[in-house]
Design a protein around this ligand. Structure first.
Ligand code: NAI
Ligand code: DG6
Length: 562
């Protein structure tokens, strides 16, 4: 990959020292109050100091479920990229990459150049982050296979690349893990031979000892523990057991059978001051675990990687609801043949996944009280079937039916074929890197920062998506005609003034209407924006600006700073 130029931020609001980056930030929001029939919106502003610790240090990752499809593929991807491996396929020679990772393979719009053109930079260049090549990997699995054998079992990595990785990966062996047949499917029993015996408390102590051993042997500054093991059933959350850190500690020592293996891993990680991330759906992070993390000053995150079907759903439903169309039925069917699919063929484990896959449209539905009455939701059904032949190549089929103008219908059908682990692994990398970065941020309210001037910051695999859409065309077009007329008329009434200059109307070509048009016309020389969300944000924000309200941002800092 071509080396990116280093990034220089020139602002009186930022200062760089050897150890820290200090930034002054004005956080703007809109406070909305309702009094009877009247809604009042008031812009509010908060001054914040934000400090980023520049000392990344030596970082280790411990995967729970290291020998699974995700665990072995993650390890293979780190090694292939670290050694810049190439391999042969029937389609020719392939090189390693991190496609699918937002930190490594996506860019962020930084601003505009002198000509007004957008300038983008790789996300990983914005702030100091650990480099994937520098990660040290370890982990646990109830299956005793070494990582080379796990990679072969997973059938994800191309044969020629497997040959190049085998020697290294054969030296990596998962540590024994905690197995409780009550929490994962009975069909996993035959691989569960690499186990930590004893009571739950003894198992917890062993996990802590493993973390210490990994830290000491590799002289690590920090470790992130990430669950990518089988989906467990939900634990039955009980008062006096799961609700506080103290109760959880007592229940652990009493060997309470409703304490799941994943909760034991989380407690051990937190007590060793490691970040804990839950990549599966189960309710590992009960109130007592979260309280323990708060008490120890450690981060936790979860639940369940959002890799394919759900990601697309959150885009599609956002598009439909924000376009004023009313999704009334969403049916998501998928089949897969890997060990994850086998485990999910058991009802209790499927139920965990059904819960995380089903809640993803709620916020979008609730945001539109014109389309939905309070409490009203679309029919939403999730089906998962185990079909061994397709292996890791998951097939996801979705049907979205929406009500449109005058109760016409619009049905969209999506078909997606993809290697499941090759979508999930880049998310694991991003979770690790971003969780580590965010743990180095600190916030300060009120006064402005005392330091301020100028500083320098430091395959070929495929994913096939087929979409089929049935719809009364005119019933989709007519509301756009109405919007075009209303918005064109509204924008024609806006006027602008800069400094002492006289008021000016908006440019005759109304590129702000791009959200409603397939090939938007723009003023000569202006960039064409086709991205729907950017088009929509421009529309929203010009209207907010005309009301003296700040642009919408999606930071939600109220919920992210203690
Ligand atoms: P997998 O079944 O290939 O790997 C899971 C591994 O965990 C197995 O090697 C198994 O032996 C091990 N394991 C089971 N219980 C354990 C325990 N208590 N301690 C240590 N190891 C244990 O599954 P895969 O495909 O790697 O997925 C892993 C998890 O990630 C699943 O829960 C899955 O639902 C979740 N996930 C996967 C996504 C994907 O696209 N691949 C996306 C979203 C979530
Ligand atoms: C089948 O649904 C297996 C699951 O583990 C999924 O592959 C995983 O949850 C990914 O889900 P999604 O909806 O993000 O593609």
């Amino acid at each position: 990959m071509e080396k990116s130029p280093s990034l220089v931020i020139s602002s009186p609001n930022i200062k760089y020292t050897d150890d820290y980056i200090y930034a002054d930030y004005e956080y703007e929001e809109t406070l909305v109050t309702r009094n009877g029939d009247e809604i009042t919106a008031r812009p509010i502003r908060k001054s914040l100091g934000i400090r980023t610790d520049r000392r990344v240090g030596k970082v280790g990752v411990m995967l729970v479920g290291w020998g699974g499809n995700n665990g072995s593929t993650f390890t293979a991807a780190v090694l292939a990229n670290r050694h810049q491996l190439s391999w042969n396929t029937k389609n020719g020679k392939m090189d390693s990459n991190w496609w699918g990772s937002i930190t490594q393979a996506s860019t962020v719009r930084l601003g505009i150049d002198e000509k007004g053109n957008d300038v983008h930079v790789p996300m990983c260049n914005l702030l100091p982050m650990v480099h994937p090549d520098d990660l040290v990997i370890d982990g646990w699995d109830i299956s005793p296979l070494n990582l080379a054998e796990s990679m072969v079992r997973a059938k994800v990595i191309d044969f020629d690349l497997q040959q190049k990785l085998k020697k290294d990966m054969a030296t990596m062996k998962p540590r024994p893990a905690i197995y409780d047949p009550d929490f994962i499917a009975a069909n996993q029993a035959d691989r569960a031979t690499n186990l930590i015996r004893g009571t739950r408390y003894e198992q917890y102590l062993q996990i802590r000892a493993d973390i210490k051993d990994f830290r000491d042997k590799n002289k690590l500054d920090k470790i992130i523990v990430l669950w990518t093991a089988n989906t467990e059933r939900f634990c039955e959350v009980r008062a006096g057991v799961h609700d506080t850190s103290e109760n959880l500690e007592r229940a652990l020592r009493d060997n309470n059978t409703e304490i799941s293996p994943s909760t034991i891993f989380a407690l051990a990680a937190i007590d060793e001051e490691c970040i804990y991330i839950n990549g599966s759906p189960q309710n590992t992070l009960v109130a007592g675990v979260v309280e323990r993390a708060e008490l120890r000053g450690v981060s936790v995150a979860g639940d369940d990687f959002k890799s394919g079907q759900t990601k697309l759903k959150s885009v599609l439903v956002d598009f439909l609801v924000s376009a004023g169309l009313k999704p009334v039925s969403i049916v998501s069917y998928n089949h897969l043949g890997n060990n994850d699919g086998k485990n999910l063929s058991a009802p209790k484990q499927f139920r965990s996944k059904e819960i995380t896959k089903s809640n993803v449209v709620d916020d979008m539905v609730e945001s539109n009280q014109i389309l939905y009455k309070p409490g009203e939701k679309p029919d939403h059904v999730v089906v998962i079937k185990y079909v061994p032949y397709v292996g890791d190549s998951k097939r996801a089929m979705d049907e979205y039916t929406s009500e449109i103008l005058l109760h016409g219908t619009n049905t969209i059908v999506v078909h997606n074929t993809c290697e499941d682990s090759l979508l999930a692994v880049p998310l694991i990398l991003d979770l690790v890197l971003l969780a580590e970065l965010f743990a180095r941020l600190a916030f300060k309210e009120g006064d402005r920062c005392e330091y301020c001037s100028h500083y320098t910051l430091p395959h070929y695999y495929t994913n096939t998506i087929v979409v089929h859409n049935t719809c009364e065309d005119s019933l989709l077009a007519v509301p756009l005609i109405l919007d075009l007329v209303l918005l064109a008329e509204l924008f024609a009434r806006l006027a602008f003034k800069e400094g002492d200059r006289s008021w000016q109307s908006m440019h005759a070509v109304q590129s702000l209407l791009a959200y409603l048009l397939k090939a938007p016309l723009v003023p000569a020389g202006a960039p064409v924006v086709n991205a729907l969300f950017r088009q929509r944000a421009a529309l929203e924000n010009i209207m907010r600006a005309a009301l003296a309200l700040p642009p919408n941002n999606y930071l939600g800092l109220e919920h992210k700073i203690p």
